[in-house]
Ligand binder design. Structure first.
Ligand code: SF4
Length: 236
């Protein structure tokens, strides 16, 4: 039987209790608490792959969670191939959520791509709007963010109310480091994007993801040359 959903005012206390829990314990709590009303959006970054591995190992109830990828139409072929590998390895279904307009329709309407001229609008149309629509009807969603990735992510709790999308946000890896993530990947033979080995530590859409040089920040290749550091999903 699904547990009674926690009240919004209790989320801070729950988050404090889970602050030192292992991420799969946080996921277990999320699955037990939210059941099929739990969602997870993944771009198949290293952190997302870790969470999918942990989730799959929690058993049938975890497989009820609604897993999806925001398929903007601009993703790398390697990312979509990784989805297939993960589905096959773990027996999970990861839905491809697409915007109403195809890339071709949008570019024809706007006179070409806008990712280099209006990236915020592009992210809004290709990511934020479909995400908002897909999260409707869910009580909670899992995010793969780490606090040490960006300024926007630094103040996330393990469990919190997500004002932007109107549901509970659960970030089991919030306190993990990049080293923790990669140690888990190696120890558990988690499938990851081959582009990580080719100079792309953080992978988003192809037009907005560039090589990172040694010593640069792991997200330095995202929207390189622009002030933008986030697509807006995790900005409060
Ligand atoms: S990351 Fe780039 S291509 Fe992808 S939705 Fe945002 S601006 Fe558009």
């Amino acid at each position: 039987m699904q547990a009674v959903l926690p009240a919004r005012e209790d989320l801070n206390a729950i988050s404090r209790e889970l602050e030192n829990a292992w991420p799969d314990e946080v996921l277990c709590w999320a699955v037990q608490t939210y059941g099929p009303t739990l969602a997870m959006a993944t771009a198949f970054g290293a952190e997302g792959c870790v969470l999918l591995d942990m989730l799959a190992k929690l058993g049938p109830k975890a497989h009820q969670a609604h897993l999806f990828n925001l398929d903007t139409g601009y993703q790398f072929a390697e990312t979509l191939q990784l989805r297939e590998r993960i589905q096959n390895k773990y027996g999970l279904h990861i839905e491809l959520v697409r915007p109403e307009e195809t890339v071709e329709q949008m570019e024809a309407r706007l006179g070409g791509p806008i990712y280099h001229t209006q990236p915020d609008a592009c992210c809004r149309m290709r990511k934020i709007v479909p995400l908002r629509q897909t999260l409707q009807g869910h009580a909670a969603w899992i995010s793969a963010i780490r606090r040490d990735q960006t300024r926007d992510r630094a103040n996330h709790s393990i469990v919190e109310w997500d004002e932007k999308f109107g549901l509970v946000k659960i970030s089991p890896l919030a306190s993990w480091t990049k080293e923790d993530v990669w140690a888990y990947i190696i120890a558990n033979d988690v499938p990851v994007n081959p582009l990580h080995q080719q100079g792309y530590p953080s992978i988003g859409c192809q037009p907005c993801t560039h090589h990172v040089q040694q010593g640069e920040d792991e997200r330095a290749g995202r929207w390189r040359g622009m002030a933008k550091t986030e697509c807006g999903i995790h900005s409060k």
